[in-house]
Design a protein around this ligand. Structure first.
Ligand SMILES: NC(=O)c1ccc[n+]([C@@H]2O[C@H](COP(=O)([O-])OP(=O)(O)OC[C@H]3O[C@@H](n4cnc5c(N)ncnc54)[C@H](OP(=O)(O)O)[C@@H]3O)[C@@H](O)[C@H]2O)c1
Length: 284
């Protein structure tokens, strides 16, 4: 049995969809906070059990019989995410899991100024001490492109802080590759990096956006403090603006710069590129 957490979220849910194409539904379980949201999986024969990282007893029950557990990282900035991940890892070990896969992040290495990296580094260290086999899926940046590029469609400019090369990746591709790993025979021990094949900068995005729209989209580099001040005037809390700024700082320090061929290898095709993602975004 393979048990997936976060299956009512984007990455976990898409991973279960791809698993259903590869293994019998009776060998798939989901551990979710709200079982009503996973009824569509129950209807197809997937075992649905309640589990949240705050409740180790329920987690153990939802992990029972699992040979592999996919632990999807939580996303509550106010919570002790490392402590919750530790509890979830201990529950998986207690339930007898033989391998734990964890959704980490590209560039989760010491020195990375983007704070979620610290959560992933600490969680990977807990996995390394867990006594069971583990895989950290260091996933490339797949958040909404608008979030990193700003309102360029309205303004005609990508006016953001200095950036660096990033292999912006499609979450759907990562979900498919995760299912390939979970369902396959090949063991991946420790961290692996899953990214689109090419890293691009905002200069590249300006060219791509110009080609796609037929308009001239310019790239303007904003001073960090001016950018933070502008975010605040649009209603973004300063703390959040400063957190977002660390992402650009990490990109510019090249923590996300390396594209990795493994995703293409697992998919057996080219992953969607940054240009593909931008085109898809424009089409919606
Ligand atoms: N690589 C990247 O670019 C990137 C971008 C964004 C996020 N991430 C990370 O990757 C994770 C998965 O991404 P996503 O796009 O699938 O995010 P998502 O759609 O927000 O899904 C997160 C899932 O985690 C579950 N979850 C959160 N806290 C939990 C807890 N305490 N106990 C049990 N389940 C919990 C949520 O449960 P509910 O469905 O009940 O809410 C949800 O299903 C995120 O949580 C975040 O850590 C990575």
């Amino acid at each position: 049995m393979i048990v997936v957490t976060g299956a009512t979220g984007g990455l976990g849910g898409a991973t279960v969809e791809h698993l259903l194409e590869r293994v019998p539904a009776g060998q798939i379980g989901v551990s979710v906070r709200d079982v009503a949201k996973a009824q569509h999986f129950a209807d197809r024969g997937v075992r649905v059990r309640q589990g949240s990282y705050e409740n180790p007893a329920a987690l153990r029950d939802s992990f029972a019989g699992a040979e592999q557990v996919l632990l999807v990282s939580g996303n509550d900035p106010a919570a002790d995410m490392v402590g919750l991940h530790r509890d979830a890892i201990e529950a998986a070990v207690a339930a007898g899991a033989r391998r734990i896969l964890y959704t980490s992040q590209q560039g989760a290495v010491p020195g990375n100024p983007y704070p979620p990296s610290d959560i992933h580094i600490a969680t990977e260290a807990i996995l390394a001490r867990s006594g069971v086999a583990w895989t950290a899926l260091r996933n490339g940046a797949y958040g909404p492109l608008d979030q990193v590029l700003g309102p360029w469609q309205r303004t005609g400019v990508i006016a953001q802080p200095a950036d660096g090369p990033v292999p912006y990746t499609d979450r759907a591709d990562i979900a498919e590759a995760t299912a390939v790993i979970l369902a396959g025979d090949r063991a991946f021990d420790g961290p692996v990096t899953l990214t689109a094949p090419t890293a691009v900068t905002f200069d590249d995005f300006a060219d791509i956006a110009s080609d796609l729209t037929g308009r001239t989209i310019e790239r303007i580099v904003l001073d960090d403090e001016r950018w933070v001040a502008e975010r605040i005037t649009t209603g973004v809390p300063e703390q959040l603006a400063r957190l977002m700024l660390t992402w650009y700082q990490a990109a510019r320090a090249r923590y996300f710069a390396e594209a990795d061929p493994l995703l293409a290898e697992l998919l057996g095709r080219e992953p969607r590129s940054a240009a593909d993602r931008l085109a898809a975004h424009l089409a919606t």
